[in-house]
Write a protein that binds this ligand. Structure first.
Ligand SMILES: [Zn+2]
Length: 296
């Protein structure tokens, strides 16, 4: 994502106030239903100017600064918090697209911005009151935290770690499917990390719970923010000596081994038995990486 998060500058309230009055500053807009995307060629998140915002009668009372984009401040505005007339003026010529649809539709850097925007605003919506004492909280650090004026607690946006792991023997990969997925869709296994657990322990536990298969030698590969609402997918590759998998915890409808050839055919869209997750998902990266490491 090509955005400077302005971690130091955002702590200076005078600088933030100046950016809010700067005609060069821009805003992107988000609602509970999704992000505002421009209609037409080259889909991107709609940037409105601070002037557009004022003309629509909208006022930013709690600034949430995403960062600096080519030197210009970029703020996030919650459409759900605006009056109906302001919302109508600011959404004209654009449409609200769910984060899932945005991930597939937008170029990668815009998709990253949509994920950041969606996660951050959903956290602000859910943390208007202090979890310690129930008092209304206020925005601090231009949107990077919320403060409680009563007990002094500072609350930061949370990110929930999820392990997602490609489990393989030398020749087979373990894939499972949820009942609500499209027919033939299978993917690698995944699950939330529990408190007090290492990532390696979470990998082994999730695979055992979801399939009964034991794994060892898990290694970190790559990560992906997953804004539903605020997870961080931590991608691993783990080894297994095989064994008969069974869907046992009620989460998966089916789990089984697929050969390299099965997976390769699915990547090329030539399989009548297996459909892989879309290219935007880290699951797909893990699968394609594994195939690339196998002899053709
Ligand atoms: Zn409090």
């Amino acid at each position: 994502m090509a955005l400077d998060r302005a971690t130091t500058l955002r702590a200076d309230p005078t600088w933030v106030t100046r950016r809010l009055g700067d005609p060069d500053s821009r805003v992107v807009l988000v609602s509970r239903d999704g992000v505002l995307v421009g209609e037409g060629a080259g889909p991107e998140l709609i940037r409105r100017s601070i002037g557009d915002l004022l003309a629509a009668g909208a006022v930013i009372t709690e600034p949430v600064l995403l960062g600096l984009e080519q030197g210009r401040a970029l703020f996030a505005v919650d459409l759900d918090a605006l009056a109906r007339a302001s919302r109508a003026a600011l959404t004209r010529g654009a449409s609200v697209v769910t984060l899932r649809a945005a991930g597939a539709l937008l170029p990668r850097s815009e998709g990253g911005l949509a994920a950041y925007l969606g996660s951050l605003l959903s956290w602000h919506r859910a943390h208007r009151f202090c979890p310690n004492c129930g008092t209304a909280t206020t925005v601090a650090e231009a949107g990077y935290s919320r403060r409680c004026p009563s007990c002094g607690a500072v609350h930061f946006p949370r990110t929930d770690p999820v392990v997602i792991m490609l489990v393989a023997t030398g020749t087979h990969v373990l894939l499972g499917r949820h009942a609500n997925w499209p027919p033939l869709r299978y993917s690698v296994l995944a699950g939330y990390v529990s408190p007090g657990e290492t990532l390696e322990e979470a990998v082994a536990r999730e695979v055992r719970e979801e399939s009964g298969v034991d794994v060892y030698d898990s290694r970190y590969v790559a990560s992906q923010p997953w804004p539903f609402p605020s997870s961080l997918m931590l991608g691993f590759e783990a080894r297994s000596d095989g064994g008969e998998p069974t869907a046992r915890d009620g989460e998966l409808e089916d789990v089984r081994w697929f050969t390299v050839e099965d997976a390769r055919a699915a990547v090329h869209g030539h399989s009548a038995e297996l459909e892989l997750p879309p290219r935007v998902a880290i699951a797909r990266l893990l699968i394609e990486r594994w195939i690339a490491g196998r002899p053709a």
